[in-house]
Structure formats: C-alpha cells, structure tokens
Design a protein around this ligand. Sequence first.
Ligand code: PBG
Length: 339
Amino acid sequence: MLPRTLAPQAPFPKTRLRRLRRTSWLRRLAAETRLDVDDLIQPVFIHEGRGRREPVAAMPGVDRLTVDLLVPYAERCLEAGIPALALFPLVPAERKSEGAEEAYNPDNLICRAMRALKRQLPELGLIGDVALDPYTTHGHDGLMREGVVLNDETLVVLQRQAVCLAEAGCDVVAPSDMMDGRVAAVREALDRAGFDQVVILAYAAKYASSFYGPFREAVGSKDALGGADKSTYQMAPANVEEALREVALDIAEGADIVMVKPGLPYLDVVRAVKEQFGFPTFVYQVSGEYAMIQAAGERGWLDAVAAMEECLLAFKRAGADAVLTYAALAVAERRRGRR
Ligand code: PBG
C-alpha cells in the first residue's frame, strides 16, 4: 500500500532514482510487489466424453478437456505449484432446462470431475462456480419468468447446487450469479448439510462486462443468451461505491473471500475494496482480457506471456491476494524454467 505521507527527499542531483534501477539484483531487492505462483488459480473448461481435447476458438491456448484428460492436466498444474483449479462445465444442450435441474444432479459433469480430481490429487484445491447459466436453456444465471430473472426463487436452486458441489469434494464454492442474498443462503445450506469447512469465494463485485464473451462461447451459453445481457443482476461498469456496498453485504453474509471481476478495467475497484475492508480479495482476469493479449501475441505485436505477467503483477500492486487467470500454468511453467 502507498505510504500516507512521503518522507522529504533531497532534490536532484543528490537523489537519483535511477540508482536503484541500475542492475537486476538492485531492481529485485527494491521490488515492492511480487507475483508468486502461490497466487495463481487456473480455470479449466471441461466437456463430456473421453480423450477429447477441443480448442476454444476465442481463447488461443485454452482447450476444453474431458475428465480423463483433466486429471493429468491438473497434475501438471500441481507440479508447477498452482494451489487450485476452478472448473467450468460445457453442458450438453439436452441437459439444459428452464429449472436448471442438472445443476444439482450429483452425477453431472462437474461433480464427476470434482470426484475424480479429489480421489487422485487430494492436495489440489478445487473451486466450483455457483450460478445457473451453464444449465439454463436461456443462459441466464438465475431462473426466469416472463423475461425477469427471479431472485429469491433462484436462491433455493443455488443452495442445492452448492451442497451438491460440496458433496462431490469441492473445497471452495464461488457464487458468481449476483443474486441478492445468495452468500447467506449458500452458507446456511452448506452448514446445515455439515459442510462448515467449505469456503465461500464470493464474486462480490461482478460487473456486466463485454469481456466475458469468449467464456460464454467456451461454456456454450452465448447462443442460449442470444445477445441478451445480464445488466439486471450484474453491476454497472460506472459504479464503484456500489461495489463497496456489494462487498460489505457479502462479508456480512459470511463470505470468506471476496472477488472483483473483470480485472484490468477495474483495478481501482480492487484497490478500493482492499483498502476499505482489509479482507481476502481475489481478482478474475477474465476470458476477454486473456483473449486480447493472446491475440496480439499471435500477431507478433507483443510478447504475450510478458504482457500477461505485467497485468498479473498489476493486480497484486492494486491489492489483490490471488488471481484467477487462464495463463496460470503458462506463467508458472515459465517461472520454473527461469530458475
Ligand atoms: C458465470 C460466469 C461467467 C464468468 C465466470 N462465471 C460469465 C458470465 O457471468 O456471463 C466469466 C469468466 C470469464 O469471462 O473468464 N456466472
């Protein structure tokens, strides 16, 4: 964090700020912020079948994996030092419905993936989204009636989904739906079911953002949404005071960690949240942020991994404790190679 008052400095030429930039060892010693592999969470898209790896067109370098391929991939992440994965399912169209019943089917794709990973790599952290968009025919995060996304009715389904994830071995449930009151509802349901150690990572300040486009393609909710936006429940990009109110409520409702999303366009929000609450604060470098950097890198317009690391460091500088990023494994492996 910035000091409140700066100590008086001798003027130039006595003070020369370039002195501490002269060599690599000086720059390393003087670094204020560090990006560590311990701070990175790798999101992964999964789909049905066996032995199938399918590139996500809008996210160069990201593939959807079947559960059998997910396990060795997760092992690679673990070996690279990444603490946790966040799993996102591509749900077959015939399993989607108005009521999103598949969200709490104990044999759904995400639960099967969680069980396989917990069995084979018990020391790897697992994060599961709590939201209905992969499971609804209309692609919204909640239940819908006459064009309105229903709040309180959705909470009941989110509770069932969260308990279902916990039963499958999910360590951290991450409500990303932006319904009012969901954190309290999910905490209550988890505790009632005996999951008082399951962590809630609340997507507390989640904005209605254009930067989710590639993700919606990856999980197949883009066509379902058919151009509809989520601005009746996700936050307006203009607001930061409202973000603080969202975060305050989620903390009061029992969130263990709060998250700001997207990342780079909302660095001021990350800083404001960390300064205001001094609470574990994560940030999500979302699909569109990743895609922009990768696309420019593919054209040779910039060094994609270096640009990625610069953005991740910016999140740390702004006050984030950890980052969800599609580049987690690439960054972690590049760091290994450097040592
Ligand atoms: C679903 C969800 C979204 C993301 C994470 N969980 C998309 C959305 O709200 O439409 C976005 C992640 C990304 O863009 O990388 N509730």
